[in-house]
Design a protein around this ligand. Structure first.
Ligand SMILES: [Zn+2]
Length: 108
């Protein structure tokens, strides 16, 4: 559960960095999305037994939020969600790379 929250957080910040050029913190819309995602997570009926939200049979997000989180998952999921134990490693590798590129022309 806590790890899932961490995963969502990582994915959103990753997405935000790649699409919105944020460096250490997410931009406002992404922070709101994260807050929303964490809230959904807290209210998830599966709790400790739940699969990751990507595999969750219950789609508890509101349609617009779902679109947003889906974009995040598509973008960051491939990079971060191979398996949970890899998260820390990937995150570390990420930190070492120090990418400062910004994508302004992206379709976000
Ligand atoms: Zn953002």
């Amino acid at each position: 559960m806590r790890r899932e929250a961490r995963t969502v957080e990582l994915m959103i910040s990753r997405y935000c960095r790649d699409h919105h050029g944020s460096v250490s913190e997410q931009c406002d819309p992404c922070r709101q999305l994260l807050a929303y995602a964490l809230k959904r997570l807290r209210h998830c009926p599966f709790q400790e037994h739940k699969p990751t939200c990507g595999k969750c049979p219950i789609h508890c997000y509101a349609p617009d939020r779902r679109e947003q989180i889906r974009a995040v998952m598509l973008h960051s999921g491939r990079r971060l969600l191979f398996s949970h134990p890899m998260l820390a490693l990937l995150h570390l590798a990420d930190g070492l790379r120090k990418p400062h590129r910004k994508k302004e022309s992206d379709s976000a």
